[in-house]
Write a protein that binds this ligand. Structure first.
Ligand code: GLN
Ligand code: ZN
Length: 782
């Protein structure tokens, strides 16, 4: 009998209950006991959902819960707490306050009176998701030991007391070390071993005693997540490490080894082969092509397979008939049914909780979707459909419903737009290229814009005050008329213009005060997008995002930003920069349709933005910025897949930008400074001006720009907007002088790091005035 299995459940709860609970605790509204009790209730509810759905005993995960992050849980569990956090709890007057230390690592802790001031641990994106994990920090002579509170054991017992047998989930030791980093001090010590795998000797015994304790508590197996197996790994080093770890751990408890988000690729043969595991989980949504290799591997190694056929990363209903056919094919190849599982492709952590709360969504579209709760039903239904005896009438009816929903979606007029299809069928090469090369354009732009040397600008958004956010809320609730809201926005923009003129900026922005979010604002104005009310997904800590859903061909029924940009441009003599979100970023930060390649969806977005760009130009806007902060994060996990992605990502940007005349200046902005791997791509975007984050990184980056012979305008942020600190004139001038060692003065723009949305007006005014002073000094010196 093929069984249903789950790898992890979203933590936040139906109404972001965990977020509310944790934030109430941080705000001092509930004490630690209330936090702990509240969390136990959430866990109990989630186990019950899974058991009720029909996930069998032993196949429901535990320890997938975390107050902040699962990697942080392991940092606490193995007592890898860096020294600077160790006295936080004591200073804060708590005796043994594990949670205080835990949250200090997660979000930093500042209390001047008590002499506490520690920033959070570094946070990084979890593979190619929008989830962020806390990065473990290791000393050269790092030791590991189990904390007195052994969370995986405690949660296993907690579920057991509720009558539910779970399979504990832990992050595997090699992934834990791989995703960590050396503490700065360790780095300097010449004694620091080169590879973090050198710490395995110290770490492995701790995993052994953890598994031993789980076994003693009654666990029958354990899920060990090793998602780095989806990355390129140096086999010579990692193979012996994996062999060692799994021969020892596999002797204690049967292991379900899970990797996800992509293929095992060569790691299957070179690393996974020979490991002492009971079952291997594979992400067959991302890597369906790997099925045959997996089956051959499983047969050879006498290992079970967990077939991740239900997409844990997207929100579409599965095609259960196709999934069933896949499993039947596997059965036909001689793998015994009792060694086969069907499962979500990855932990459901990356899916919104449930569709139940979606009351406003078009019911036709809602019927195409499945969030985490519904995905569990799919997994169970798939397993039932594979039972040897004839499926029950209920199962047959549910399967028929699934088929009907998918057929309805495929045939729906809602997803197709003939005009878009016609344009897509006719994407001629010249649509992707500006009319003239940069030097020609630069000259025409200079004639038109008449900018001084060292032109100053900002990245787009100016402080979003409480008043602005309140007005938007009132408009939404119907407590403010559209007319009153528009008047208010008009006044705000006017205020932004006056301030920028007074401070002496050269290329102005309207301030983006009419926008809630840089993706949502455009998604709401494009056809082919739908919004959920409650489709929240954890991003980091208590933070959740609610990605819009692209369900069909994307088109622009009417201009999206022209009104306010034009309004602003008409109220100043200075050039006004139009402000748009680029196609790749629109794609990256949305749930994307899975019935056509991502590339095509991105091109459709690009066409819609292209029309907006042209309309802005027609309305008299001479500088247009197309933000692409997400190009880098879209990079595939495997290097061999990069070139294909980068090629279409760059093409999509050019498609969105290339509709304008030579004299119109296209800007783009990137929220990072790590260009090493994607330099040629940034160059290939062929923007007239790029602004990048640079204030916190060193000048090596600019050297790379010099080496690559970058010849267009560039604004490496000269101050950090992520803190309220106001940089002095001297400090910024020094940065600019340092930049000029590498960059020609004719190319350099002066601007902050990123948008100023989250800053207050006082610090913004002080910083931008200083920035304009620096520009004047530079011009005098030039
Ligand atoms: N124009 C946007 C802003 O200033 C850019 C933000 C971003 O790149 N994340 O807010
Ligand atoms: Zn930015």
């Amino acid at each position: 009998m093929v069984r249903a299995l789950n790898l992890g459940f979203p933590r936040m709860g139906a109404n972001r209950d965990l977020k509310k609970l944790v934030e109430a605790h941080w705000a001092g509204k509930i004490d630690e006991q209330a936090l702990i009790d509240g969390a136990a209730k959430i866990r109990a509810a989630h186990w019950k959902i899974q058991a009720d759905a029909g996930i069998a005993a032993g196949q429901i995960p535990s320890n997938d819960f975390a107050f902040y992050d699962q990697m942080l849980d392991h940092i606490a569990l193995f007592q890898v707490t860096p020294a600077r956090y160790r006295d936080v709890a004591a200073k804060a007057g708590a005796s043994v306050n594990e949670l205080k230390t835990y949250f200090a690592m997660g979000r930093g802790h500042q209390n001047k009176d008590l002499g506490i001031d520690v920033p959070a641990l570094e946070m990084k994106k979890w593979f190619d998701t929008n989830y962020h994990y806390m990065v473990p920090e290791f000393e050269a002579n790092q030791t590991f030991s189990l904390a007195s509170f052994v969370k995986p054991v405690a949660e296993f017992k907690e579920a057991k007391a509720l009558g539910i047998t779970t399979r504990p989930v832990i992050v595997g030791p090699i992934t834990f070390l791989h995703l960590g980093k050396w503490a700065r001090a360790a780095n300097k010590e010449s004694a620091a071993p080169a590879s973090r795998l050198a710490l395995l000797d110290a770490l492995l015994p701790v995993y052994e005693s953890l598994l031993q304790q789980l076994k003693e508590a009654g666990a029958e197996s354990v899920q060990i997540d090793e998602p780095i197996l989806t990355l390129d790994l140096p086999t010579e080093e990692y193979k012996p490490a994996y062999d060692r770890v799994y021969s020892r751990l596999g002797g204690i408890l049967p292991i379900l080894l899970a990797s996800y988000f992509g293929r095992y690729g060569e790691n299957l043969d070179r690393i996974v082969k020979g490991l002492k595991i009971q079952t291997l989980h594979a992400d067959l949504v991302r890597a369906p092509e790997e099925l045959d290799a997996l089956v051959a591997f499983a047969k050879d190694a006498h290992v079970g397979l967990s077939l991740g056929l239900i997409d844990g990363r997207n929100i579409w209903k599965a095609d259960l008939a196709a999934a069933k056919a896949t499993v039947e094919k596997v059965l036909g190849q001689g793998l015994p049914a009792d060694q086969l599982f069907v499962s979500p492709s990855c932990s459901l952590l990356h899916s919104p909780h449930s569709l139940a709360a979606e009351e406003k969504m078009n019911p036709v579209i809602k019927n195409w979707l499945a969030f985490a709760v519904e995905k569990l039903d799919e997994v169970v239904l798939l397993a039932k459909s594979l039972a040897p005896d004839t499926p029950s009438p209920e199962v047959q009816a549910a399967l028929a419903q699934n088929r009907a929903a998918n057929q309805d979606r495929a045939a729906s007029k809602l997803i197709r737009n003939d005009q878009v299809q016609a344009r897509m069928a006719d994407l001629k090469d010249d649509l992707f290229n500006r009319a003239a090369p940069y030097p020609v354009r630069a000259k025409e732009q200079a004639d038109k814009l008449k900018l001084p040397l060292f032109p100053t600008t900002t990245i787009g958004s100016l402080p979003q005050t409480k008043e602005i956010r309140m007005s938007r809320l009132k408009l939404k609730k119907g407590e403010m008329t559209e007319q009153a809201y528009d008047e208010f926005i008009g006044q705000e923009i006017l205020g932004c213009i006056k301030k920028q003129e007074e401070w002496g900026l050269d290329v102005l922005v309207h301030g983006e005060c009419e926008r809630n979010d840089m993706v949502e604002y455009f998604g709401e104005r494009l056809d082919g997008y739908v919004f959920s009310q409650n489709g929240w997904v954890q991003s980091y800590g208590s933070r959740c995002v609610k990605p819009p859903i692209i369900f069909g061909d994307v088109s622009r029924p009417k201009a999206m930003t022209v009104r306010w940009s034009k309004y602003a441009a008409e109220r100043t003599e200075k050039p006004m920069k139009g402000m748009l979100t680029g196609p790749v970023t629109m794609l990256q930060w949305s749930f994307v349709r899975n019935d056509q390649p991502r590339k095509l969806t991105t091109y459709q977005l690009a066409l819609a933005i292209r029309d907006e760009v042209v309309d802005l130009e027609t309305a008299g806007i001479a500088c247009i910025q197309i933000d692409e902060p997400a190009i880098r994060e879209g990079l595939p996990l495997r290097r061999s897949d990069w070139a294909t992605y980068l090629e279409w990502a760059s093409a999509a940007f050019r498609l969105s930008a290339a509709g304008v005349q030579n004299a119109t200046q296209i800007h783009s902005h990137f929220c990072y400074s790590d260009f090493n791997d994607i330099f040629p791509t940034i160059q290939s975007l062929d923007a007239d001006v790029i602004t990048i984050e640079n204030s916190r990184s060193d000048l090596k980056l600019l050297k790379a720009f010099e080496q690559y012979g970058y010849q267009a305008g560039i604004g490496p942020g000269i101050y950090d907007i992520h803190s309220p600190r106001v940089p002095s004139v001297e400090e910024m001038k020094e940065r600019v002088d340092a930049m000029l060692v590498f960059l020609k003065k004719e190319l350099l723009w002066l601007n902050p790091d990123c948008g100023l949305k989250t800053r207050g007006w006082a610090e913004t005014e002080a910083a931008l005035k200083n920035l304009c002073t620096v520009a004047r000094q530079c011009r005098e010196a030039a």
